[in-house]
Ligand binder design. Structure first.
Ligand SMILES: NC(=O)c1ccc[n+]([C@@H]2O[C@H](COP(=O)([O-])OP(=O)(O)OC[C@H]3O[C@@H](n4cnc5c(N)ncnc54)[C@H](O)[C@@H]3O)[C@@H](O)[C@H]2O)c1
Length: 371
């Protein structure tokens, strides 16, 4: 069956959707009925999609096109109004991550999708990885032994231009509305969501304790170098230690510490390393999984909005904690000029890794800049 879809947000991450939609149209799985953006369609997308309906208002586009599915890949603080428009129009919703910038907005979207009786998938693509599924299987079967904890670490680098690209970049709120664009809640959101899903602890009440240490190296409102440690109701300790201020960037790693075996999930690369042996897996995208689910309801959604409760609790806690502490210059180094300036925390790559290895916070590790 060919589903009709509209896409809100056509540049930025929306470009990934445009590429996927082009492929799915070729397969005959869907037909793009229209596009919504507050800016014109980028010229590179004109040859393929320039003939489709285009509107700067999603509600108007939905009225005109009555699609089966609306994809919302716009800034986080627009997810509720645009998601609400889609759900009230009776569409299934493919919503980018994080689903909402606050607990109240997440609850509203979750409630609206239930009331409308439609599906709402959230774009945590790591949860559609074969590597994730295999790791969950190994954990459930007891192959790794007793799970002593899950530690994630990530070290990326962002230059000054990254924070200039949009008004919402590096903001906790914008014009009085929550945004939650911190390292933990946005770029590394998958780390927390994936760890919680592996533990089967996705509900709001599945978190027993939660502590955070939030820092920043720039004049931004959010954290860019942070760690959290939580305990789930099942007793699993989960840590996530990340930075956007690494000199040597590397893809994030999630370590499952089992009493018998250790596993590492490189969730951006679909690679699972068990006992030192790496295997690369395939991946089903969130959009394809949503379409599969609509065609065959026993196919479960990989990342339903209902299953974002524990993640949203972490997001809300991080975004409403006291402001991240600006690190003193003596712990930092810089290179580049102007918008290309990059700021580093010296030794942060080792710190985030040590956190995941020892399930410890930066302070416990004795990181001098965190003291
Ligand atoms: N899954 C992932 O790996 C991944 C990666 C990057 C971004 N994202 C998520 O994708 C979403 C979009 O992020 P981005 O960096 O592309 O944002 P962005 O600021 O680049 O905006 C994306 C597009 O939305 C448009 N837009 C803004 N407000 C709009 C509105 N009210 N109505 C219609 N269009 C509007 C913009 O003009 C732009 O074309 C965010 O939720 C982000 O967290 C997900």
């Amino acid at each position: 069956m060919t589903r009709t879809v509209v896409l809100a947000g056509t540049s930025g991450y929306g470009a990934t959707y445009l590429r996927e939609i082009a492929g799915l149209e070729k397969e005959g799985v869907l037909r793009l009925a229209g596009l919504c953006d507050v800016r014109p369609l980028v010229s590179s997308a004109q040859p393929q999609f320039g003939d489709r309906l285009f509107d700067s208002r999603l509600d108007r586009l939905l009225d005109l096109t009555r699609p089966d599915v609306a994809i919302v890949s716009t800034p986080i603080h627009t997810h509720l109004p645009l998601g609400r428009a889609a759900l009230e129009a009776g569409c299934h919703l493919m919503l980018e991550k994080p689903p909402a910038p606050s607990a109240a907005e997440w609850r509203e979207l979750d409630a609206l999708s239930r009331q409308a009786g439609v599906s709402c998938q959230v774009g945590f693509q790591s949860l559609g990885s074969g590597a994730f599924a295999r790791l969950a299987e190994l954990m459930a079967a007891g192959t790794l032994g007793r799970i002593q904890g899950i530690g994630c670490y990530g070290a990326w680098t962002r230059d000054a231009a990254y924070y200039q690209r949009a008004a919402w970049a590096g903001r906790r709120e914008l014009d009085g509305r929550p945004v939650a664009d911190g390292a933990l809640t946005n770029p590394f959101a998958h780390a927390t969501a994936t760890a919680l899903a592996l533990d089967g602890s996705t509900g709001w009440d599945d978190i027993a304790t939660l502590e955070t240490e939030l820092f920043r190296v720039r004049d931004i409102a959010t954290d860019d170098t942070s760690c959290l440690r939580l305990t789930t109701r099942r007793g699993t300790v989960i840590t996530v230690a990340v930075t956007l201020a690494a000199r040597v960037p590397a893809e994030p790693v999630l370590i499952v510490h089992g009493s018998r075996l250790r596993a590492e999930l490189r969730y951006t690369e679909d690679v699972l390393v068990v006992d030192g042996r790496p295997t690369r897996y395939g991946r089903t995208s969130p959009l394809r999984n949503l379409l599969d689910h609509l065609g065959d309801p026993p196919v479960a959604l990989q990342s339903s909005i209902a299953a974002c409760g524990a993640f949203t609790r972490v997001l809300e806690t991080v975004n409403t904690s006291p402001s991240p502490r600006l690190l003193d210059d003596r712990w930092l180094a810089r290179d580049g000029e102007g918008l290309k300036t990059r700021t580093y925390v010296r030794g942060v790559e080792e710190a985030v890794r040590a956190s995941a290895e020892r399930l410890a916070t930066f302070t416990e590790l004795g990181e001098p800049w965190a003291a």
